[in-house]
Design a protein around this ligand. Structure first.
Ligand SMILES: Cc1cc2nc3c(=O)[nH]c(=O)nc-3n(C[C@H](O)[C@H](O)[C@H](O)COP(=O)(O)OP(=O)(O)OC[C@H]3O[C@@H](n4cnc5c(N)ncnc54)[C@H](O)[C@@H]3O)c2cc1C
Length: 463
């Protein structure tokens, strides 16, 4: 039998890589993990974690304004961008340390280097030039923001990577994209006092979400003062004599701003990874092709997380890693379950969602009941803020199963987590109706919408 330097070699120290490396090492396997940038990966270093910290930072201006309605007099407030960046750096460095500690405690060998495949079961470590072998290899190298090479002047633009660490807070920004990253950053920058324009080629932002959430958030963002230009795109970017950036758009002329941010999708980090040498096949986007158990086309090589083009979220990468461990080291073949993933958009207000949107459900089911509530949250009564919360349940009229639950409003992400459990257990609308409300909350609306707002029969709205 062939002998290898390692039982498992993991390429990439992000969400999926660290979890697979740590769990295998804790089982006594000989594990090495290589990371070329910083442990923690996208989520910890330049994704979910710093993003959420910046969302918190951006909400204070509204909190200060709202406080007046509750009797407070808030003194003059100022915001220091450099202080926020430094505080964020301290926190992500702490988390990076925890990730490495977890690996070290489990007994994994932690390498700070780029690693590439050099042949079957063989990995090249770029810092030393050394080649090592492993019985199994996990590729968890994630992705990077698309640079949109076809756009003239794209080198003048930033991506989410740079947005976290800008030397100065811009006075104005144009953000291109309509996905959750573009939308979240538009809210962050606006909340921090930056004049913000969002430009998106589609009809409405957040294409994969329920229409009510998309329209409701669009309206709320515009009401706050974020300019949203749909069905338009940037055709070129240049620098003017004042050093400002000028984004020429198809329909809205020239937009001048301090920064232009491109949030136009993410590409898998597979370039130059030596995949051909090991016989690992990729799709037309460069994402690694895997089977239901995260096995690639090369024996002993597995891929998980963002590099595989499944669902690009941290808990999904972690779940795929845990399934890999179950399958390969615990003799319990487990295929990742991508059904009913609860998720949030950390916009302001937030979106929390799980299951099918109304449109998706209408394509799959003949008879639907839609329960919908739109109301002013209690806090807004005294703060005077004219914002709306929207809640919606999509129910299969035939068996009463709740197919989708969608919320636009404060703490919608927190609510989505709990709704995720509910839908995963196959809950019916009758179960919702039997549940006592928690009063006074916004979420009590979810269990008190007794009558359908309208029905959808064979794709047609009734009522
Ligand atoms: C701005 C932003 C906000 C996000 N917000 C959320 C959110 O709110 N919720 C959520 O669930 N998800 C969010 N995500 C997505 C989430 O970050 C990813 O889905 C998750 O990090 C994927 O984990 P991964 O292990 O596949 O890859 P990653 O976490 O990207 O880790 C891959 C690692 O591999 C390293 N690497 C690459 N090539 C090599 C090589 N050849 N050798 C060694 N190391 C290598 C990289 O440096 C990186 O550290 C966000 C992403 C972004 C960009």
């Amino acid at each position: 039998m062939a002998s290898f330097d390692y039982d498992l070699f993991v390429i990439g120290g992000g969400s999926g890589g660290v979890r697979s490396g740590r769990l295998a090492a804790a089982m006594g396997k000989k594990v090495a993990i290589a990371e070329e940038f910083r442990y923690g990966g996208t989520c910890v270093i330049r994704g979910c974690v710093p993003k959420k910290l910046y969302v918190y930072a951006s909400q204070f201006a509204e909190h200060f304004e709202d406080a007046e309605g509750f009797g407070w007099t808030v003194g003059e407030s100022t915001f220091d961008w450099k202080k926020l960046v430094a505080a964020k750096d301290k926190e992500i460095t702490r988390l990076e340390g925890l990730y490495q500690k977890g690996l070290a405690n489990a007994g994994a060998e932690i390498l700070h280097t780029r690693a590439e495949l050099a042949g079957p079961n063989t990995i090249k470590l770029l810092d030393s030039g050394k080649t090592v072998t492993a019985e199994r290899i996990v590729i968890a190298v994630g992705g990077h923001p698309s640079a949109h090479d076809a756009l003239p002047g794209n080198e003048l633009c930033i991506s989410s990577n740079e947005a976290f660490d800008l030397p100065e807070l811009p006075k104005s920004i144009v953000i291109a994209g309509g996905g959750y990253i573009a939308v979240e950053f538009a809210n962050i920058f606006h909340g921090l006092g930056v004049e913000t324009t969002l430009i998106y080629r589609g009809k409405e932002i957040l294409s994969r979400f329920d229409q009510d959430m998309r329209r409701g958030l669009h309206a709320a963002m515009e009401q706050k003062g974020i300019r949203i230009l749909c069905e338009d795109l940037i055709q070129s970017v240049s620098k003017n004599v004042d050093g400002k950036l000028v984004a020429e758009t198809m329909k809205h002329g020239a937009l001048t701003a301090d920064q232009v941010m491109l949030a136009l999708g993410r590409m898998p980090n597979t370039k130059g990874l030596g995949l051909e040498a090991a016989g690992v096949a990729v799709n037309e986007r460069g994402a690694i092709i895997i089977d239901a158990f995260s096995r690639t086309s090369a024996p002993g090589v597995y891929a998980l997380g963002d590099v595989t083009d499944r669902v690009q979220l941290t808990p999904v990468a972690i779940h795929e890693a845990m399934c890999f461990i179950e399958t390969e080291y615990k003799g319990n073949p487990t295929s990742p379950d991508h059904d009913l993933i609860a998720t949030a958009v950390f916009s302001q207000p937030e979106i929390g969602t799980v299951g099918l949107s109304e449109d998706e459900a209408a394509k799959k089911f003949e008879d639907l009941e839609i329960y919908r509530a739109e109301f002013r949250p209690m806090k807004a009564t005294l703060s005077g803020r004219s914002e709306k919360t929207i809640m919606k349940l999509v129910v299969n009229a035939v068996d009463r199963k709740v197919l989708g639950a969608h919320i636009l409003g404060h703490e919608a992400g927190e609510m989505a987590q709990l709704l995720g459990i509910t839908l995963k257990t196959g809950c019916t609308k009758d179960d919702f109706d039997r549940t006592m409300a928690v009063h006074p909350t916004a979420s009590e609306e979810l269990v008190t919408m007794y009558n359908p707002s309208y029905r959808i029969k064979n794709g047609e709205r009734i009522g």
